[in-house]
Design a protein around this ligand. Structure first.
Ligand code: ADP
Length: 372
């Protein structure tokens, strides 16, 4: 290519990048800004000139917490793609979505970082408004549903007069479906509360062995009229940890109900709950596991199991009643209290779900609401 041609090509590039709507920043391997396009002024309030020579992704410019970002791009030399809370020149906060690519030379050494940043504050606000709407609607739906459940229960019990066999079977359907709707509504309410981020975590010391035994005793795990035995391998020593018992109950019940639902067809259906102390991800933790010998999770669908509304094909066939929200809620709750959740499974052989609590106790969190 002739020199003139190359210059022409380059100036085309520069014109395009200068005028791009998203903010484009190029830095040296230490994050020192070498180039910023004009969008940086619209998004951050700084002119491109004012940012030159300053360090990107530090308090100097955007004032946020960028440890994970730096580790990804500098240490791991990988692309960072994610949301960050940044500060504008005037001190106001905004939500940014950054995609930062480390540019390496042929020897694999860092040459530059290239950052494309988009202001997603507006999208976040719309998202939040939607979530608040779901929260409000599901809260409002709870009251009439409780009334329907209550009256259906009364009619079914025969307390207000006898019903014929046919009427009773129709009423049983009304009751079953309205219970299912109540479950969906409280799951939606919990999802919206967790997504808004206002859930309260109040850890107080509790005896975990006793609590698990109570949870298993108080809730009979029945599926398709079959009670599945839940065996708890109680450790000899009592383990005392600061936990929020309501949240713990919610997660454990969810894992055991899933195990029940997806193994009830088995003639020798059985659920085992275990407790172990173990370091997980470098954190000394209490690991609670729930193991079943049910339908398991197909390998190709395993990566989607904690997604909102996701249900594996075999689970949809086995049980129509699920919402696909239970594990999504469990994951958010466990991660909020400072733990981890994962599973191992082989299709047709069963599944084991694990959840951890740091041995230092659950992380306490201020919030307005408890889960439904
Ligand atoms: P659902 O209401 O469908 O049970 P969850 O969010 O609790 O929703 O679970 C999501 C999906 O994960 C289920 O639909 C099922 O495919 C799978 N799953 C969860 N627990 C188990 C289990 N113990 N055995 C087999 N599959 C499971």
């Amino acid at each position: 290519m002739s020199l003139v041609k190359s210059v022409e090509e380059l100036s085309k590039f520069k014109l395009a990048v200068d005028a791009a709507y998203d903010c484009v920043v190029i830095t040296d391997p230490d994050g020192m800004i070498l180039y910023a396009n004009s969008a940086i002024k619209r998004i951050t309030g700084f002119t491109p000139q004012a940012t030159l020579g300053k360090k990107a992704w530090t308090k100097e410019l955007w004032g946020g917490l960028y440890e994970k970002l730096w580790k990804t791009i500098k240490h791991d030399k990988k692309v960072f793609s994610g949301e960050v809370k940044n500060k504008r020149k005037d001190g106001t906060l905004y939500n940014a979505f950054h995609t930062i690519t480390p540019i390496l030379n042929e020897k694999g050494n860092l040459q530059f970082f290239m950052d494309v940043q988009r202001d997603i504050t507006r999208e976040k606000e719309v998202d939040r408004a939607k979530t608040e709407f779901i929260s409000l609607v599901s809260h409002q739906l709870q009251t009439p549903l409780t009334a329907i459940n209550w009256y259906a229960e009364m009619l079914l019990s025969g307390d207000v007069g006898r019903v014929t066999e046919d009427q009773s079977s129709y009423l049983a359907e009304v009751y079953k479906e309205s219970k299912r709707m109540s479950r969906l509504v409280s799951d939606l309410l919990n999802v919206s509360r967790l997504e808004i981020g206002g859930v309260l975590i109040e850890p107080i010391p509790a005896k975990i062995n006793l609590l698990i035994a109570d949870i298993i005793k108080e809730s009979k795990f029945v599926e398709k009229e079959k009670e599945v035995p839940v065996l708890f391998a109680k450790p000899k020593e009592e383990i005392e940890l600061a936990i929020d018992a309501d949240l713990f109950r919610q997660v454990l019940r969810n894992l055991i109900s899933n195990a029940t639902r997806y193994c009830s067809e088995q003639a020798d259906a059985e659920i085992k709950v275990r407790l172990e102390k173990q370091a997980v991800g470098g954190i000394d933790s209490l690991v609670i596991s729930v193991m079943d010998n049910g339908i398991g999770i197909p390998k190709e669908e395993q990566h989607r199991i904690f997604e909102k509304f996701f249900r594996a094909g075999n689970a949809e066939k086995a049980s129509a009643g699920g919402t696909g929200l239970g594990l999504y809620i469990c994951k958010m709750v466990v991660e909020n209290w400072g733990g981890k959740i994962w599973f191992e499974s082989e299709e047709g052989k069963g599944a084991t779900f694990y959840a951890t609590i740091p041995l230092t106790g659950m992380v306490s969190k201020k919030g307005e609401k408890k889960l439904a």
